[in-house]
Design a binder for this molecule. Structure first.
Ligand code: ADP
Ligand code: MG
Length: 570
């Protein structure tokens, strides 16, 4: 039936819309960027679908985006002839916040309500389609999925509900129509029916979009009429507003930072600024171009299972897929951008890509490039980078043996040397005592816990620096990375820790013999009493204040790792 059905927005969506509708967000223009970005994605998807599904009867000869204005009705429409959506897709994609991290969003929304700072929220979460409600008090979406015969009409005033109904004659693709808020009508800065304004926004935010963004523009020209008078002739022409130049094909010197930033936001669906822009070009037998970004902020879902790696694959400027896992290792999943390869088939599937030797080569080169950029960051940038992504990068220490040395070089750690600043390993090595050939560390849950550990006493007394490792991943890599620049890693909680010089050793040896005799009875008694819990009881010089401590064998799991395994049910 074609009865209009009224459905309710999910609670978070409702809150979000409420915020949009009532926000005083000053950067209103960005709504158009979001709509064009979605339209562009939809065109990419349709072209790809038509490659992969020969039975899909769609015309892909004129894929484009249209901007249409009705000055009297005060509406603005963005139309694409892309992939479109089914009714169910409209409900799930537009009616709910499908993004992961809904819990985070919920928390942020609650806070935003009190602090009345929706700008930050918008900046943090990237509101996409909903940003329409910054400028519109009613939004109509008309869509028909490629290959289907019946379309869908969706409409909402941004309140608790939306309506959805069948629309038999909808053209294939999607049209989003914004009914512009009356309060902006008077303000010429926010006149989204003005040609100059729309032209301006498209040029500013969406110039690189690969598909033509068209608009009907009026032109006037001086012509001589039949009576021989010079008059203005008004004509209406369709004009393409964007240059459609793929940014990664242009030399860096010709692209402005703003252009790169807008492109970054388009590919990453993020709203922060990139910390690093990395253009890269490989020539020779296998040609490709890449444009990568290191974000300035970690997304909130970086450590959740559904976080996607952020590099898109293009082949000869044709979009092939989002999140191409073969292009970036897991530990660089925060890197965003595109890789455009010249010599792959447009028909590549994920399965083929997994086997592809060339992609492995590309990944290798890109990883080295990204690591070298991190290595060259200035101090301030690096500190922020490490705060945001350090814990992810350290995951690479476990699997990527080839780049282990570089990864160790660019990593930083908390240490007993300073309670403010982190140290790199090179700094630790410089501060090592004469004859010290070991990098000491202790893993645990917090700095405070580690500093109060009895294991620390002898090291404090001797003034030996200890790295204080509190990220869960530290438990993993410390077990598999043997050394840095020839210096062994040694946990101060495991095995025999030898802190004495040769002379000291001789002196204590005789003392130890005496003590062993003196405390022999006690040690024997302790050993029998604690038999079921410990392997051995011995005198130690690792403590200066505490009477006793428990020490793991060199190859034992640390208590924290054991806890992690228990928590994960192993
Ligand atoms: P994002 O683009 O980050 O996924 P949006 O809120 O902008 O988030 O859009 C949500 C989803 O709605 C998109 O992922 C897409 O699946 C769908 N969508 C939005 N606009 C269009 C469109 N013009 N054509 C097809 N699908 C669309
Ligand atoms: Mg979007």
């Amino acid at each position: 039936s074609s009865q209009a059905e009224q459905l309710e927005f999910q609670a978070e969506t409702r809150q979000l819309l409420d915020l949009m509708i009532h926000s005083v967000y000053s950067e209103k223009d960005i709504f158009l960027r979001e709509l064009i970005s979605n339209a562009s994605d939809a065109l990419d998807k349709l072209r790809l679908a038509s490659f992969q599904d020969k039975d899909l009867a769609v015309d892909t000869s004129d894929l484009h985006i249209d901007i249409e204005v009705d000055k009297t009705a005060r509406t603005l429409s963005v139309r694409d002839n892309g992939i479109g959506m089914t009714r169910d897709e409209v409900v799930t994609l537009i009616g709910t916040i499908a993004k992961s991290g809904t819990a985070e969003l919920r928390r942020a929304l609650a806070e935003a309500k009190d602090s009345a700072a929706p700008e930050e929220l918008i900046g943090q979460f990237g509101i996409g389609f909903y940003s329409s409600f910054i400028v519109a008090d009613k939004v109509t979406l008309l869509t028909r999925k490629a290959g289907e015969t019946v379309g869908t009409r969706w409409e909402s005033a941004g309140e608790a509900t939306y309506t959805i109904e069948e629309q038999p004659d909808a053209p294939q693709g999607t049209t989003v129509t914004l009914h512009l808020k009356p309060e902006d009508a008077e303000d010429h800065l926010y006149d989204y029916t003005a040609e100059w304004k729309l032209r301006d926004i498209v040029k500013k935010y969406s110039d690189f979009i690969a598909w033509p963004v068209r608009m009907e523009v009026t032109k006037s020209a001086k012509v001589t009429n039949d009576e021989g008078e010079e008059v203005d002739e008004i004509t209406v022409e369709t004009e393409t507003l964007n240059s459609q130049k793929a940014l990664w094909t242009r030399p860096r010197s010709e692209v402005t930072d703003e252009e790169y930033q807008d492109f970054y936001r388009h590919v990453s669906h993020a709203w922060d600024e990139p910390a690093e822009i990395i253009p890269f070009k490989a020539e020779g037998t296998f040609e490709y171009q890449a444009l990568l970004f290191i974000p300035s902020h970690a997304p909130f879902d970086l450590f959740t299972r559904d976080h996607k790696r952020g590099v898109q694959l293009y082949v000869k400027r044709v979009f092939i897929m989002d999140n191409c896992e073969e292009l970036m290792p897991e530990y660089l999943r925060f890197v965003k951008g595109v890789v455009d390869a010249q010599d792959l088939s447009l028909n590549v599937s994920r399965e083929i890509l997994q086997q592809d030797r060339h992609l492995r080569m590309i990944q290798k080169r890109l990883v080295r490039k990204v690591l070298s950029v991190i290595k060259d960051m200035d101090a301030e940038k690096y500190v922020n980078f490490w705060k945001e992504f350090g814990a992810v990068l350290k995951e690479g220490l476990i699997g990527d043996t080839e780049n282990q040395a570089t990864l160790l070089e660019v990593s930083s750690f908390a240490s007993t040397a300073s309670d403010q600043e982190l140290t790199r390993l090179s700094g630790y090595v410089e501060r090592m005592k004469d004859g010290q050939d070991t990098i000491y560390y202790l893993t645990g849950e917090s700095r405070q816990q580690l500093e109060n550990s009895p294991h620390m006493e002898a090291f404090k007394a001797k003034g030996l620096e200890v790295l204080l490792l509190t990220d869960p991943v530290d438990e993993m890599w410390t077990g598999s990375v043997p050394e840095f620049e020839g210096k062994r890693f040694q946990s101060i909680a495991k095995g025999e820790v030898d802190l004495e010089t040769e002379d000291e050793k001789k002196a204590t040896e005789s003392l130890r013999e005496e003590q062993d005799k003196e405390f022999g009875d006690l040690l024997g008694w302790l050993k029998t009493t604690l038999e079921s819990d410990v392997k051995e009881v011995r005198l130690t010089n690792r403590l200066t204040e505490s009477p006793a401590c428990i020490v793991g064998d060199s190859f034992d799991m640390s208590p924290m790792l054991a806890k992690m395994y228990r928590q994960s049910g192993q």
